[in-house]
Design a protein around this ligand. Structure first.
Ligand SMILES: O=C(O)CCC(=O)C(=O)O
Ligand SMILES: [Fe+2]
Length: 301
């Protein structure tokens, strides 16, 4: 794998539970902007050394506040990522078995170096929010960058609370109590169940309103004619993903990025298969997506 920007050994080689090192404390964290319209970076943290509840509370608070959080320099083993996912929520088993990583069915790999087809390489290369086509969509999703291509293999994120706030009040009122049908891949052929979710969603922890899942898997807005529904969904998608709401994250090896699926849409890059001469295009991410909303102390009143 020469030419890949690949992680080295280091802290990630220590397994969770080998508590020889000192745990990081909340006061050690350094938080700064990622330099875009939203999102924050966290440094001076090493999850591989272990983590306590108070640290998990602080990190989830930061995710809710900033919607996208990048923890730098986290070369986690899959089982460490799974343990972190378990601390944050209830990790979700991936349905496609060949994407699961080793023994742990809650960690999957996104990769363009292992011969998988374009559908699996590019499964996230469209604007969406994770698992909204199920009754209980994902709350948070995290990606740990293992191999990063030269162009940074970016993921784009769109701030859906800001997109909602930017609508005029009349439009906000019009959208407020609407429900939307969703289906896996936006299928309309009855091959997968159809579920309903609100078009404007109040965040389960922060209570902040946001547009919810207006791109990706929506079939129609309930109560509108199919013409009006298609027109409005198209307009909302354009609005919700317009540049003033978008932060594009170019990865560094060992980034651990965490996003809030209730407050954002995201879109992965379109990936060519990377082999031989195309080594600079290689991209491997370890992924964990969770359900459930951890409520840090500051939100439990
Ligand atoms: O590969 C990416 O950048 C994002 C993929 C994605 O949509 C996901 O992991 O949920
Ligand atoms: Fe996704």
């Amino acid at each position: 794998m020469t030419g890949y920007r690949q992680r080295g050994g280091g802290a990630g080689d220590a397994l969770l539970g080998s508590y020889g090192k000192q745990h990081m404390t909340v006061t050690d964290l350094r938080v700064s902007s990622l330099g875009g319209v939203f999102g924050a970076e966290v440094t001076n943290l090493n999850l591989a050394d272990g983590f306590e509840d108070v640290l998990i509370d602080r990190l989830t608070s930061l995710v809710y506040e900033h919607k996208v959080l990048c923890l730098r320099d986290q070369p986690l083993m899959p089982q460490q990522l799974a343990a972190f996912g378990k601390a944050v929520g209830h990790p979700i088993e991936h349905v496609e078995e060949n994407l699961r990583l080793g023994e742990d069915s809650t960690i999957m790999s996104l990769s363009n170096v292992d011969g998988r087809d374009a559908r699996q390489r590019n499964g996230g290369a469209f604007w969406h929010t994770d698992l909204i086509f199920t009754e209980e969509p994902a709350s948070l999703t995290m990606l740990n960058a293992v191999v990063v291509p030269l162009d940074g293999g970016p993921t784009r994120f769109a701030d859906q609370a800001a997109a909602y706030d930017a609508l005029d009040e009349r439009r906000q009122r019009l959208l407020e109590d609407r429900m939307v049908h969703h289906c896996y891949e936006g299928r309309r052929d009855d091959s997968m169940p159809v579920v309903k979710h609100p078009l404007v969603r109040k965040h389960p922890v922060t209570d902040r309103k946001a547009l919810y899942g207006v791109a990706g898997t929506c079939l129609d807005i309930i109560g509108l004619s199919s013409h009006d529904s298609a027109k409005l969904l198209k307009e909302l998608e354009l609005h919700a993903t317009s540049p003033q709401f978008v932060y594009t994250h170019y990865y560094r090896p060992n980034d651990l990025i965490i996003w809030d699926n209730a407050a954002t849409l995201h879109c992965g890059p379109t990936l060519e298969e990377a082999a031989g001469d195309a080594a600079e295009e290689a991209r491997v991410m370890h992924r964990c997506s969770v359900r459930g909303w951890r409520k840090p102390a500051e939100y439990s009143t």
